[in-house]
Design a protein around this ligand. Structure first.
Ligand SMILES: Nc1ncnc2c1ncn2[C@@H]1O[C@H](COP(=O)(O)OP(=O)(O)O)[C@@H](O)[C@H]1O
Ligand SMILES: O=P(O)(O)OC[C@H](O)CO
Length: 494
């Protein structure tokens, strides 16, 4: 009974990791699933596939650990956030495929609501910007598909959920319809300060409250799995959105602590403690955690392209065989050249929120080649992070001097991480366990089960595998950053 299973349902794959009683990962498994693009800018996932890939991963991870479900003390769930599902409570069938957070189909309705002057109220209550990224307009779109749908929803027959709620529903065979406060805070329907579904936001987006899940703490009782699902009844004891779970896995529990996860994109979260700090720089104010009924908050910034720039070198340009070769290639770059990449392949995220912007290369010479491009791609994550951190400091001048804890696939790049420390002028720390998202979910469940330590002890246990210290002269940092800002301005003006 001393193990915890963490299920990490991400945008491109589902993974499961078994942790032992000392919170060490002992076995893992993962499954990819199909991405559906039914129209330009639309992205969907098959709800059954999301569940099945989680279940297969869980079974495979348990088998690799030599364990049965009955050996588990609990399950922690973490998930891609905002992705929106709606299903029929009676037959358990989704009314549509899941609409993924990246999906832009509701851009026009967001624009109309912004033009009508609703954004200040939306931001004040939800902490978010009025963008298609979040669940509310996606759910409204689902409810608008059929003239009868809202009446059916009002009668209590339909259930809305982010991916965590869907997995809980399926794991408990329809007995529990719940989510946690971090996932709720990404729906644009949750009043982050009042800690309740917002009647004003529900009215604005025309969402019947009958569809909404019950919102619980991150470490709480989310029901017990149906014994037929995994072979034994296992309590679900922890739930958090993946970026918040990563912040917990990085032990960023105190105000001022900061983590950035470098995967395809990058998500940075700055813990602001019990203060829900409003942003004047278009960052998001979001729930970092709700534990023992106490809500803590974060300022969040999202970059759309981080490791994806390395993928582009590999799959688009063919100058890399594998992402891990980027460092070797970048090391051959001519130091005298200053090729710079603004990787706005799908627009620019925070703090710019410029969906129409497109990428650009600056400083090309006849001698610029794959090595200079690789270096520019690795460094583009650093420049973008600097913009996020500058915005965070402007929003929250009380923030202590930042140390950035990093994780995700791209944090493996020495060059990217050293440049990050250089351009931030701040230390960058990389932990031993890079699976911080699953670790956070496991910690929540184990904390609830009484197996894992509370925050303070978790924080004391965390330690860096590698620390990158800034080595760039202040003048050089300022010069480079000014050049980056001019490059961004150029991209925004083309
Ligand atoms: N050694 C490396 N150097 C630079 N980028 C890397 C390296 N290894 C992986 N990446 C990048 O990290 C990303 C994958 O990280 P991962 O955390 O698995 O992302 P996601 O969860 O978004 O799929 C890819 O975009 C890949 O290009
Ligand atoms: O599944 P990931 O790791 O790409 O994370 C997605 C985020 O939660 C979206 O907000």
């Amino acid at each position: 009974m001393g193990h915890i299973l963490a299920i990490d349902q991400g945008t491109t794959s589902s993974r499961a990791i078994v942790f032992d009683a000392a919170l060490r990962p002992v076995a893992q498994a993962g499954r990819e699933f199909a991405q559906h693009y039914p129209a330009p800018g639309w992205v969907e996932h098959d709800p059954d596939e999301l569940f099945d890939t989680c279940l297969e991963s869980a079974q495979a991870a348990l088998a690799r650990a030599g364990l049965a479900a009955g050996d588990l003390a609990g399950i922690g769930i973490t998930n891609q956030r905002e992705t929106t599902l709606l299903w029929d409570r009676e037959n358990g069938r989704p009314v549509h495929r899941a609409i993924v957070w990246q999906d832009r189909r509701t851009a026009e309705s967001c624009h109309a609501l912004t033009t009508a002057g609703h954004e200040p109220m939306v931001t004040e209550k939800s902490g978010l910007v009025l963008d298609p990224y979040f669940s509310a307009t996606k759910l409204a779109w689902l409810l608008d598909r059929d003239s009868n749908m809202r009446a059916v929803a009002e009668a209590g027959r339909l259930a809305f959920g982010t991916v965590d709620s869907w997995l809980i529903w399926r794991l408990t065979d329809g007995r529990v319809h719940a989510t946690d406060a971090t996932n709720a805070s990404r729906t644009m329907l949750w009043d982050i300060r009042e800690n309740r579904w917002s009647p004003e936001l529900c009215a604005l987006f025309r969402i019947p409250e009958a569809v909404l899940p019950e919102v619980r703490d991150c470490a709480a009782d989310f029901g017990t799995t149906d014994a037929r699902v995994l072979g034994a009844a296992v309590p679900i004891l922890g739930v958090a959105g993946d970026q918040q779970a990563a912040a917990m896995g990085q032990a960023c529990f105190r105000p001022g602590m900061l983590k950035a996860t470098y995967g395809t994109g990058c998500f940075a979260l700055l813990n602001t403690g019990e203060a829900a700090v409003p942003s004047s720089n278009r960052l998001l104010t979001t729930v970092a955690a709700r534990l023992d009924g106490r809500t803590t908050y974060a300022l969040e910034g999202a970059i759309f392209v981080a490791g994806a720039a390395v993928q582009w070198l590999r799959d688009g340009l063919g100058v890399l065989g594998r992402a891990s070769e980027a460092d070797t290639l970048a090391a051959r770059a001519d130091p005298a050249q200053e090729v710079m990449l603004v990787p706005a392949f799908t627009g620019l995220g925070a703090p710019w929120w410029a969906p129409e912007a497109r990428g650009a290369l600056f400083g090309l010479t006849r001698n610029a080649g794959p090595a200079e491009l690789a270096r520019a791609a690795l460094e583009s994550a650093g420049y973008q992070t600097r913009d996020l951190l500058d915005a965070m400091r402007a929003d929250w001048p009380d923030a202590p001097e930042a140390v950035l804890r990093v994780d995700g696939g791209m944090s493996a790049s020495q060059h990217a991480m050293q440049f990050l420390a250089d351009i931030l002028g701040a230390p960058v720390e990389r932990p031993e366990v890079l699976e911080t998202t699953a670790l956070g979910a496991a910690w929540l469940a184990g904390r609830r089960a009484g197996l894992y330590p509370p925050e303070a002890e978790m924080a004391a246990r965390w330690h860096a595998e590698r620390r990158f210290l800034p080595a760039m002269a202040e003048e050089e940092r300022a010069r480079r950053h000014a050049r980056w800002r001019r490059a961004v301005e150029a991209v925004l003006s083309v």
